[in-house]
Design a protein around this ligand. Structure first.
Ligand SMILES: [Zn+2]
Length: 98
């Protein structure tokens, strides 16, 4: 597999150290995927937000619907994800325990 890296906050991060996360317009996290997926004997690398979206939501109609509703994808490092997001997927507005 090629050694892909992305620059996040000025730091070079291997793509494999990141997750793709999808957020709703309010800030709730809707879904998450790793950047690599086994495919046959090889590995499928999700390099772009669009590839991640296509992997998670195979139906174009549903992807278009999510795009219309303002869902976005962003690449976050696994370190940052586990430090800042973890299981807190719900935005302040939708959090029930606040
Ligand atoms: Zn929310």
């Amino acid at each position: 597999m090629p050694d892909l890296a992305v620059v996040i906050g000025r730091r070079n991060t291997p793509l494999t150290d990141c997750y793709w996360i999808q957020s709703a317009p309010c800030g709730c996290i809707a879904s998450l995927t790793t950047t690599t997926k086994p495919r046959g004997r090889g590995v499928n690398v999700l390099e772009t937000a669009e590839q991640a979206h296509r992997h998670m939501v195979p139906l174009k109609r549903e992807r278009d619907d999510e795009n219309r509703r303002g869902f976005t994808w962003q690449l976050v490092t696994k370190v940052r994800y586990h430090a800042e997001i973890g299981t807190r997927w719900t935005c302040q507005q939708h959090r029930k325990d606040v």
